[in-house]
Design a protein around this ligand. Structure first.
Ligand code: HEM
Length: 197
């Protein structure tokens, strides 16, 4: 399961702190991602499964977040699990949508922030998001073979950093909203109409 890759196991906060600034995708990187996606797309279900089995192998704590998989001890069984296939496909469809929105980043931003909000509800905290990009790269590298280059790796890493930073933002926004709601008594909440008037 070894896959030498560095830099993506960091949380988005560590990434921005270590670089001092956020990374942006260049036009050239966007083109590279789109071309490589056409190849990856043909194995979309396989990549989704490999990615999640690897994630659970390298970071077993992530498995506990998944109600469906937390009690499965034998990870080999997961390779043939219909549920993991469906979940992997959901995540890969999100990557597909992200690739399709690379020319309309504001639409991608909204999508990723919403995804972060839903991950607050799934109890999946941002410290784990960086692992997914690492496992995605390890899963697609053998598929792209000689088409995989250090530049392409950098482009995909940057895209995952971009997405995970926005997911983290959405997660924190949702957490903040829920905290404020928990602190303000129901009758004083601005969204509650005063029916006594
Ligand atoms: C780049 C990182 C990630 C992406 C792009 C991603 C994407 C998705 C997508 C598209 C869904 C389908 C439901 C929805 O749209 O709300 C989903 C569901 C879910 N994700 Fe993630 N995810 C990421 C990281 C993680 C991590 C690290 C965990 C756990 C440690 C996690 C746990 C979950 C859970 C529990 C669900 C709900 C169950 C399900 O749909 O099967 N996700 N994720």
């Amino acid at each position: 399961m070894g896959c030498a890759i560095s830099g993506l196991g960091l949380t988005p906060r560590q990434v921005t702190e270590s670089r001092g600034e956020e990374e942006h995708l260049t036009e050239e990187q966007i083109d590279m991602i789109k071309v490589s996606w056409k190849v990856i797309q043909e194995d979309i279900a396989k990549v989704g499964i490999i990615m999640f089995v690897r994630l659970f192998e390298t970071h077993p704590e992530c498995k506990d977040v998944f109600f469906l998989f937390r009690d499965v001890e034998d990870l080999e069984r997961l390779r043939t699990s219909k549920e993991l296939r469906a979940h992997g496909l959901r995540v890969m469809s999100f990557i597909e949508k992200s690739v399709a929105r690379l020319d309309q980043l504001e639409r991608l931003d909204m999508l990723a922030v919403e995804l972060g909000k839903s991950h607050y509800r799934y109890n999946a905290p941002p410290k784990y998001y960086g692992y997914v990009g690492t496992e995605f790269i390890c899963a697609v590298r053998p598929i792209l073979k000689e088409k995989w280059t250090p530049e392409l790796e950098k482009a995909w890493k940057t895209l995952f950093q971009y997405i995970t930073r926005l997911m983290r933002q959405g997660y924190l926004e949702e957490e903040g909203t829920k905290r404020t709601h928990a602190l303000v008594p129901t009758k004083e909440r601005p969204d509650k109409k005063n029916t006594a008037l």
